[in-house]
Design a protein around this ligand. Structure first.
Ligand code: LLP
Length: 425
């Protein structure tokens, strides 16, 4: 176990160290933010978000979509759309938030393996830019919905039969999948036939998504090679490779940049015989938002069990970040009061929920002087943390701040006790 300080490369891009060793993001001291907003608290570096969106648009072109499932609130929808990105929404709820934030329906790409008839009707009615068709049942529903009105642009989600090197729960490209139409089984071809026979549907492209948190650009090249022989004869204008680019969460991990990802995919596309005029696009989520945010907690107890283990318990846990419990995902831990401190002590960072499995980091390296009342931080927590947060044990979800140029603004407020009974009859 390394006692090394936190690798600063994991922090948001405007992170800096103040005169007393404390961490600032966007020119704002994290400890000052905690004094004002309390903990747990999600803090996003707005400049980092802008930089990643702009990189995505430069790398992939303006059709590139931000996968809102990674993190969505009204401000995030506006920020991504402001860069010319489309928004990938996969439920009526995500669609509603994006529309209400002012994103035009034409910039929405509607995903989902089991879109309800109502969601499909809403999508068609408001005129979403694209519906990514995922099942034969959906084709029947869409046919009925679009016979009368203007034609709806759709693409078809295909599962290329690729096993990406990532956690089983976030792998989606293999033949045995609830998503899309299989290539090998011939169902992808049948879906094309079914869609083109619907007078109200306009097939514009093919889509695939092989999984999430993928470090090897080679997996995407492989997907392209498998997709090309199916895609090219169709003569369609767009091929979307989905999201899935991995990010570094802990010391020693390295991930390709969005730019490198796009370059490798483009080179593979040319090699696989995909005509130059085809729009090759993607829909990154994690790579846009993960590293932009850190989560702040307060240490409530430090429990040393002699000869066994030390537990450091904080005021959040699996309700604001279920990823460690769901996927065994790793995070680093540091104290913003002294961000570059050595971390020689080993402790389990746990939450406040009523289960033993409620951990954030097992065997975490922490500073020797960690103590009750300390504000503690987990970096790279901007993706699938807030978006998968829950009210387990009737814990309110934390607020979300965007910080930039020495200012913080609240983009999602903290849930209070009243919010916890808002839906009760
Ligand atoms: N496009 C489609 C069709 C997707 O299903 C996903 C993610 C994305 C794009 C964005 O993938 P990203 O670039 O963020 O990897 N909760 C899990 C991740 C689940 C991803 C689901 N689909 C986690 O916390 O790791």
């Amino acid at each position: 176990m390394s006692a090394a300080p936190l690798p600063l490369s994991l922090l948001p891009m405007t992170a800096s160290i103040g005169s007393t060793g404390e961490l600032l993001i966007g020119g704002v001291s994290l400890l000052d933010l905690v004094a004002e907003y309390g903990t747990p608290l999600f803090v996003y570096d707005e400049e980092h978000l802008h930089a990643r969106c702009s990189e995505a648009v430069n790398a992939w072109g303006s059709g590139v979509a931000y996968a809102t499932k990674a993190f969505l609130c009204s401000e995030m929808a506006r920020l991504a759309h402001g860069h010319g990105m489309c928004l990938d929404v996969s439920t009526g709820g995500e669609m509603f938030v994006a529309l209400r934030a002012g994103v035009p329906a034409g910039s929405l790409i509607f995903h989902g393996n089991n879109k309800s008839p109502q969601e499909l009707a809403e999508a068609v009615r408001c005129g979403v830019g694209r519906i990514v068709v995922d099942s034969f049942d959906e084709i029947v529903r869409l046919d009925e919905l679009t016979r009368e009105g203007p034609r709806q642009d759709v693409s078809i989600r295909v599962t290329p039969g690729i096993e990406a090197h990532t956690h089983e729960f976030v792998r989606t490209g293999q033949a045995d999948s609830k998503f899309g139409f299989g290539l090998e089984s011939g169902q992808a071809g049948d879906a094309v036939t079914a869609v083109v026979s619907c007078s109200g549907l306009n097939l514009v492209g093919i889509h695939c998504h092989i999984g999430s948190q993928i470090f090897s650009t080679g997996s995407f090249s492989r997907a392209l090679e498998v997709m090309a022989p199916f895609f090219v004869p169709l003569g369609l204008e767009e091929l979307c490779l989905g999201g899935g680019l991995g990010v570094a969460y802990v010391e020693g991990e390295e991930a390709p940049t969005i730019t490198e990802w796009a370059e490798v995919v483009r080179a593979s596309a040319a090699g696989a015989g995909i005509p130059g005029e085809v729009r090759i696009t993607a829909e990154p989520g994690r790579a846009i938002v993960a590293q932009a945010a850190i989560t702040l907690y307060t240490v409530g107890t430090v429990k040393e069990i002699p000869g066994i283990r030390t537990y450091v318990a904080v005021d959040g846990g699996m309700s604001d970040n279920p990823r460690p419990v769901l996927y065994g995902s790793g995070y680093e831990v540091f104290l913003p009061r002294e961000a570059e401190a050595e971390r020689p002590r080993v402790a389990d960072l746990v939450g406040k929920h009523c289960e033993s499995g409620d951990f954030i980091v097992k065997d975490a390296s922490v500073p020797a002087d960690i103590r009750v009342g300390d504000v503690l931080a987990t970096p790279v927590s901007g993706a699938y943390g807030y978006s998968m947060a829950s009210n387990y044990n009737k814990v309110g979800r934390p607020p979300v701040l965007f910080v930039a140029d020495g200012q913080a603004r609240l983009v999602v407020r903290r849930e209070g006790y009243d919010d916890l009974v808002r839906l009760d009859a």
